[in-house]
Design a protein around this ligand. Structure first.
Ligand SMILES: Nc1ncnc2c1ncn2[C@@H]1O[C@H](COP(=O)(O)OP(=O)(O)OP(=O)(O)O)[C@@H](O)[C@H]1O
Ligand SMILES: O=P(O)(O)OC[C@H]1O[C@](O)(CO)[C@@H](O)[C@@H]1O
Ligand SMILES: [Mg+2]
Length: 333
């Protein structure tokens, strides 16, 4: 169980805005519920902004009350909808967003999203003095300063369920499978899924792929009598990368079937872990605002809820420990 921050100070806060941004992540709804209900119990009005920064620019918002966030804790996606806004990446876009925050009379804005969304939040605060607090909501788990993100555990378990199924058919037909998982340019999902799924190897952007090394490994495994294998491939900058890998393996006599898991990994009921993480971070976000927090994201560091300055995470990249990549290969035998 995560340890809570100790908060004692109090600061007046009457009206907050709340939005989800970037890719949706299972558990975002639990966070929306927690923020809304904690705020309302503290006498704070909550306005939900729809479609992420798009809604902030296009004046799409609605009042949230206790009942409106009922029966959502178990649902994937986000009831506030989400979005990716090119306009918000521009200085003019953020100036308009700030004007709309003032028009609404917001004392603070809570942003639930990934590294990109939180970088945007940092700029909105720095450029226009909007008070912001972020929560890490992304399946990618690629946010600097936090060990965990809302949605990551669910995505890993969803991919794992698929891999367990693929293993059955791989075993029955004695085939090699490449299973491609999401994660943009980071391999956090890939490594966890490969470790938990007992994969032969994991290919991620963090370590340049060398076809010959994998071919040698597959040759050795074949020599030992291994007839079926699973290799987990991180999508990298572009989905479908695993087809390139398969083409190289085929030339060396290792025909492979490819399965791109894609958006299946982003949907579905959040795990208990993600619901609890989201609930705790959501509740703490409001308490932190009441205690005066600004320009921070609440994350998890060694099982403690911590506040990380947005400025720090906006300019640093979370690095995958390469020992996990090695561990996958070691445990494959
Ligand atoms: N550098 C940036 N400056 C300003 N705004 C940004 C920046 N990066 C991202 N944003 C805003 O945040 C939105 C979401 O960012 P992005 O598409 O990177 O997803 P994310 O929040 O990282 O989530 P995920 O990676 O889980 O999909 C962008 O569409 C844009 O509006
Ligand atoms: O469906 P979209 O918007 O193209 O997003 C895909 C990207 O979003 C993420 O799933 C994170 O939400 C990445 O891992 C992936 O590359
Ligand atoms: Mg991201």
């Amino acid at each position: 169980m995560w340890q809570l921050q100790d908060q004692t100070a109090s600061q007046s806060l009457l009206h907050i805005g709340l939005l989800t941004s970037g890719g949706d992540a299972p558990g975002m709804n639990a966070a929306i519920r927690a923020v809304t209900r904690t705020a309302i119990q503290a006498g704070i009005r909550v306005t939900g902004i729809l479609h992420g920064y798009i809604g902030l620019l296009e004046r799409e918002w609605q009042t949230l009350d206790t009942a409106s966030v009922g029966n959502i804790i178990q649902r994937g996606g986000t009831v506030l909808k989400t979005g990716r806004s090119e306009a918000f990446r521009t200085a003019e876009g953020r100036a308009l967003a700030a004007r709309h925050c003032r028009e609404l009379g917001l004392d603070a804005l809570v942003i639930i999203g990934g590294d990109g969304s939180l970088t945007g939040a940092h700029l909105l605060a720095e450029e226009h003095g909007i008070r912001v607090i972020g929560l890490p909501g992304t399946i990618d788990n690629d946010i600097w300063g936090s060990d965990d993100t809302i949605g990551f555990d669910t995505a890993v378990n969803t991919a794992l369920e698929a891999i367990d199924r693929i293993r059955d058919t791989a075993d029955a037909l004695e085939r090699l499978f490449l299973v491609e998982v999401m994660g943009r340019t980071s391999g956090f999902i890939a490594v966890q899924v490969a470790l938990a799924g007992g994969a032969e190897e994991v290919i991620t952007a963090e370590r340049p792929f060398q076809a010959q090394t994998l071919i040698d490994k597959l040759d050795l495994a074949r020599g030992r009598g291994k007839r079926s294998s699973i290799v987990v491939v991180a999508e990298g900058p572009r989905p479908g990368y695993s087809y390139d890998v398969a083409a190289q393996l085929e030339q060396a006599g290792h025909a492979a079937k490819v399965c791109v898991l894609g958006h299946i990994q982003r949907g579905g009921r959040p795990t208990g872990h993600d619901r609890v993480l989201a609930s705790m971070l959501g509740e703490q976000a409001v308490r932190s605002l009441l205690a005066g927090a600004d320009r921070v994201m609440l994350g998890v560091d060694q099982n403690r809820v911590v506040a990380i300055p947005l400025q720090q995470l906006a300019c640093q990249r979370k690095v995958l420990d390469p020992r996990y990549i090695d561990m996958v290969a070691t445990l494959a035998g």
